[in-house]
Design a protein around this ligand. Sequence first.
Ligand code: ATP
Ligand code: ZN
Length: 503
Amino acid sequence: AAGAAPLTVTILHTDDLHGHLDPVKVGQGTYGGYARQTALVRKYTAQDTNPLVLSGGDTFQGTLFYNVYQGLADVLFMNYQGYQAMAVGNHEFDNGPEALARFAQKAQFPLLAANLDLTQEPLLRDLIKPYAVLNVGGQKVGLVGAVTPDLPLISSPGDKVKMLELMQSLNNSVKALQEQGIDKIILLSHLGYTLEQEVAKTVPGIDVIVGGHSHTLLGAFDNKDFPPSEGPYPTVVQNPDGNRSLLVAAWEWGKVLGRIQVKFNDAGAVESYEGNPIPVSADLPEDPTAKRMIETLSVPIANLRAQVIGNTTAGLNGSREIVRKRESAMANVLADAALESARSAGATIAFVNGGGVRSSIDAGPITFEEAITVQPFGNTLTVLDLTGAEIKRALEHGVATWSESKGQFLHVSRGVSYTFDLSKPAGSRVTAVTLDGQPLDDAKTYTVAMNTFTAGGGDGFDVFKSAGGRRIDTGTLDVDILVNYFKAHPTVDAQPEGRIVIV
Ligand code: ATP
Ligand code: ZN
């Protein structure tokens, strides 16, 4: 706006922390942990020019801390570190609007999502806003939030939370800020790196995008533990104003802390910038208060964590790359466990959505912590009657987005096999489905077990949601199903065995 002066800010940012209070192993090293992150954030907020501490969302889901505290552990650290705003991530809805409302009530900073219509959701409508304004160095900076348009498909927001068209709602928020004379605008984006580049090209007026959702590592690192960076930090995109939008992101789990200094000129456009994410490595100091908080929060879960519930001769691979594209030993175990649990209800087939398999299990003793890390959602098991034709439609849907590694890829229990052909178009890729060696009969009814999320149409499985046959919610919890399976099979020896064939 006319008359504004230049401004320098330093953005410190995280995204996709997913409940990682404790450090994690990366390569040969150990990174992250809220105690080190706190020390680092406090150090930079003390020394940097006009620091802003911001989150790109997905604080919820991923460790036992989440299962016990549902984000209320994390928010203590966010308040203590002085976060000034957070994008709402899809996982913030994993335990429904109630858990998110409890988190938002504790947060001493705004939660933002411009593309949500919350007017019909009284739990959240006063707690989540499209945008916010911060006073920084005597000037106003606008912050806008966005959450992935996939939210209703991939989490559990309930039917009172409506999505708004993304670009239009961002335009509206940016304009509302500009009408207040605010010309420095930061988008807190839980949209993922690809969509963020589209937004930068499409929506005028956004100077910086603090990203999240795609767990993207940007920047230059001289660090053998890290995978290759996926792009420059910042990634610079020409925006429709003819100015530059800077895209930044901070990978995942607090393994790095994003830090970028941005100079705005007197027209509110980006003039220059400098920065790189900082690896939160084990040689950095820990904040002693944060460390004690973690120790205290760990007490109620220490016993659960260590309990050994089974054994596996080989590792059970459930990594994101495998489980969303091909047969996985971990997913096979989960499908077999679901089938065993649902046999008494007549099930002969079980499905597991690939995205519902959240990690791998190492060879050797299996702890409860590992089981809950694999099955953290707290789903119960549903048993559905489906025709052979409906089952085929579901399998088609599972492979329709194969190249995008979405959560909808379906795993099957022992005795079921299916083949798909990637040279064929989506919708006609599945070439064979058999149960105990016999081709599935389109007209016959089969009793099928799957988690409540998938049965209710999660991951876009309308075919399950609208199936008209018998439907029973068994009420058995996903993690209990897995624990019971390990107890019934004290030594598991599972490998991919040709249940899913790609031609
Ligand atoms: P991350 O969670 O790792 O940050 P993200 O935000 O992109 O990444 P995904 O990991 O893609 O989210 O998680 C979305 C997937 O999780 C969905 O596609 C679905 O397969 C699975 N999922 C979400 N909620 C549930 C649930 N309640 N039960 C089972 N699976 C679920
Ligand atoms: Zn996400």
